[in-house]
Every structure is written in C-alpha cells, then in structure tokens.
Design a protein around this ligand. Structure first.
Ligand code: HEC
Length: 203
C-alpha cells in the first residue's frame, strides 16, 4: 500500500517535471540551429512593433524641429477633457493641487512647491511645453512618461489649459460662459472652487 503511494507520488513528480523542463535556451545561450550560433534572434530590419510607429513628431514629442508646438495634435473633446481632469487629479494634483496653484497635499507635507499654473509665464507657454514637462520632467519634477500614456498627456495639458482659463478667462469669454444655460444663474467660471465644474460649461 505504502509502496503504491510512493510510486504514484514519484510518477506525479515525474509528470510535473516533464511539463516544467521543456526544451528551451537560457538567455544568450549558444545554439547550432542558426548559422550565427546565437539562440537569440535579432529583430528583423525595418519592422516596428504594433503601436510603436511614432512618426508623428508633434504628437510624440510635443515639438517640431525642437520647438514646442502650440496646438493639440489630437482632437480634444469634452470626454478627453474629463479624462484629462481625472488623470490630472491622480498624477499631478498631489503636488500641484486640484486648482493647479501649487498647494498640493505633498507640498503641505514639505515637498518642494511647484509654480502656480496661473503664473503669466505658464499661461502664455505653448501647450507643447506642458507635454514636454510631463514627458521629460522639469527641474526637480521627474518624468511621467512611464505612467501617463502619450495621448493622456495631451488630455492633461488640455485640462491644465481649462484650469488656467477658468481662473483667468478674458471678460468676453467669461461672459459667454456665464450665459450658458444653467440652473444657477449667477454661475461664473472658476468661482465655485471646483475646477471640474466649469470644464464643460465653457465649451
Ligand atoms: C511629486 C510632486 C509633483 C508631481 C506629482 C507633479 N509635479 Fe509638476 N512640478 C513639481 C515641481 C517641484 C516643479 C518645479 C520644478 C522646478 O522648477 O525645478 C514642477 C513643475 C511643473 C511645471 C512647470 C514647468 C515650468 O516651466 O516651470 C509643469 C507645467 C508641471 N510641473 C506639470 C505637471 C503635470 C502635468 C503633472 C502630472 C502629470 C505634474 N507636474 C506632477 C512637482 C510635481
């Protein structure tokens, strides 16, 4: 009986081993199979992995000939702005604050304070600059390229523009925003303290 159990266990482990130890090469192992003796195959020339053909320079670098672009290389709809708002609140607001004024929670806890997005220099900065800061980092701020996908960086940049606009709208535009049909007749962009509230209203 005991022998039977042991034998079946042996059989079971053997089975397992068979499944685990399959013919394979360790990294950089030699092989006789290919003429060059390498088991690792070089990528085929002129092939590009799906989704990695980054020929649209403006969209993937935010620059053309090294200069920040000042337009959005993807279409920005209201849904994109909302996505930008969501991503901004996740990735940027901890330092920059939900209003972009630099009073994020991490700053309250002692981290370096970033500049206010309402700083005239940043209000007049081309949108490509915001994309570039997220992509490559800026001074003490590290890059967000590995965490925030390319098009989401544009959506965040669009949302930053919305924040700047909401607080700083030129009079005619503010008037236009106020004239949007709304249940609150005294609503003015940017006065309700909730940045998201005005994102759609000015469209
Ligand atoms: C961990 C804190 C932190 C987070 C999170 C953060 N930043 Fe920053 N950011 C900073 C600091 C600090 C500076 C100032 C850097 C300096 O001047 O050395 C800065 C600067 C900036 C600037 C101004 C660049 C200039 O021209 O002065 C922009 C724009 C900006 N950040 C955008 C973003 C965006 C967009 C995100 C989210 C994807 C983000 N930041 C996330 C800390 C942060």
């Amino acid at each position: 009986m005991l022998i039977g159990v042991v034998a079946s266990l042996l059989f079971a482990t053997a089975c397992r081993q068979d499944m685990h130890v399959q013919p394979r090469y360790n990294p950089y192992a030699k092989t006789d199979f290919f003429g060059d003796g390498r088991s690792e195959r070089p990528t085929i020339e002129d092939t590009v992995a799906r989704g990695q053909l980054h020929i649209d320079q403006a969209r993937f670098t935010g620059k053309i000939d090294g200069k920040d672009i000042d337009y959005f290389p993807i279409q920005i709809t209201q849904a994109d702005l909302q996505r930008g708002q969501e991503r901004f609140n996740i990735y940027c607001s901890p330092c920059h604050g939900r209003l972009g004024n630099g009073h994020g929670m991490l700053v309250m806890r002692g981290l370096r304070q970033p500049p206010n997005y309402l700083d005239p220099r940043l209000v007049s900065a081309p949108v490509g600059h915001f994309f570039d800061v997220m992509t490559n980092g800026y001074g003490a701020m590290y890059s967000y390229a590995s965490r925030v996908a390319t098009d989401d960086r544009w959506r965040i940049a669009a949302y930053i523009r919305t924040l700047q606009m909401a607080e700083n709208a030129p009079a005619p535009l503010a008037q236009q925003g106020a004239n949007q049909p709304t249940t609150n007749t005294t609503a003015q962009p940017g006065t309700n303290g909730e940045p998201g509230g005005t994102a759609g209203g000015t469209k």
